[in-house]
Design a protein. Structure first.
Length: 192
């Protein structure tokens, strides 16, 4: 007669011990998986805006028209809060405001609740405008994103240089926080 032990089965004590070890491993891995998911979501938002800026610059140059990128909560008109969303449109009268006849190229949805996106440039305008030559109207500056958790180490910066080309801010000093084009760290909760 064979016993259960000889057939390779677990005893109740071994099963409980195995489940306890598995629970500890999952508990240790959960925070890093959560952080990975949060970082991916933040980076995805950055890619959306980067693509929108690149599209605006390319369309302006390729079509020989002015394109405006502005904050927009409804995807139809310009506003003043980049966190509520954005829209890119053909700005045939170069006003920085969308007229009913001006075509919307693309809309970016609102950021997650608690996140913020600020546009800072040498021009006091709340919108970004690309001329038919692909350059901006003296609007080099940066977009600074702070995530809902408020950690600058999870945020990002998109810098727009004098020619209107976007690039991601870098962490040149190795402190885990990206910098603006002028070398200032992203500071969530304050003005850059």
């Amino acid at each position: 007669m064979h016993t259960l032990r000889n057939l390779g089965a677990f005893t109740l004590v071994e099963l409980i011990f195995s489940i306890a070890i598995l629970a500890i491993v999952i508990a240790l891995a959960a925070p890093s998986m959560s952080d990975l998911h949060r970082r991916h979501r933040n980076e995805s938002t950055g890619r959306q805006l980067f693509d929108l800026i690149s599209l605006g610059r390319g369309k302006a140059y390729g079509h020989g028209q002015v394109y405006t990128l502005c904050p927009s909560k409804d995807g139809q008109s310009c506003g003043d809060d980049w966190g509520r969303g954005a829209m890119l449109f053909v700005d045939s009268d170069s006003s920085g405001e969308r007229a009913a006849t001006e075509k919307i190229e693309r809309v970016m949805p609102a950021l997650p609740a608690g996140a913020s996106l600020q546009w800072r440039s040498f021009s006091p305008k709340t919108f970004l405008q690309f001329r038919p030559d692909g350059l901006t109207n003296n609007q080099n500056g940066n977009f600074a994103y702070c995530p809902p958790n408020g950690k600058a180490s999870h945020g990002w910066i998109i810098v727009l240089n004098a020619t209107g080309r976007p690039y991601y801010g870098r962490d040149s000093d190795g402190d885990g926080i990206v910098e603006t084009g002028s070398g200032k760290n992203l500071a969530c909760g304050s003005v850059i």
